[in-house]
Design a protein around this ligand. Structure first.
Ligand SMILES: NC(=O)c1ccc[n+]([C@@H]2O[C@H](COP(=O)([O-])OP(=O)(O)OC[C@H]3O[C@@H](n4cnc5c(N)ncnc54)[C@H](O)[C@@H]3O)[C@@H](O)[C@H]2O)c1
Length: 112
């Protein structure tokens, strides 16, 4: 049976994203990064290159990434001071729930 592929957006493409989260996302068979966002355009562009995405999937505004219909989940990898703000934005835009990891996200979505 073919598993569903979860379409993911990455918000914040800085140090920890590049060092840990982006390689981990690339290695997962059941998710696909379809868009990236960073306030610093060069970081967004580099992340899009890393995932083999076209440059029109490299955003500098969170709302533009969240506006994509296909986005099903986001990884918020911004600094601590704006985690809440970005999480609130994603939740209000997409009715997303907050999950600390992929397993919790699956269970939470299944229950919704
Ligand atoms: N650096 C570490 O060793 C480390 C270790 C563990 C956890 N963390 C956590 O990882 C998170 C990120 O840390 P980092 O070191 O990668 O920081 P960083 O400053 O290198 O990267 C954060 C990136 O987010 C971007 N950004 C900020 N707000 C944004 C927004 N609203 N939309 C789009 N882009 C936005 C910034 O431009 C920057 O490129 C923090 O919560 C930190 O606590 C970091």
């Amino acid at each position: 049976m073919k598993k569903d592929i979860v379409k993911i957006g990455v918000i914040g493409c800085g140090a920890i994203a590049n060092q840990y989260h982006m390689p981990a996302l690339k290695s997962l068979p059941d998710c696909e990064v379809v868009a990236v966002c960073d306030w610093i355009p060069e970081r967004a562009k580099a992340a899009a290159d890393y995932f083999g995405l076209p440059q029109n999937r490299a955003f500098t505004e969170d709302e533009a990434l969240l506006a994509l219909d296909e986005i099903q989940g986001v990884l918020i990898l911004t600094p601590n001071y704006n985690h809440c703000e970005v999480t609130e934005l994603a939740a209000s835009w997409k009715s997303m729930s907050l999950s600390p990891n992929l397993w919790d996200a699956h269970w939470t979505n299944a229950a919704a």
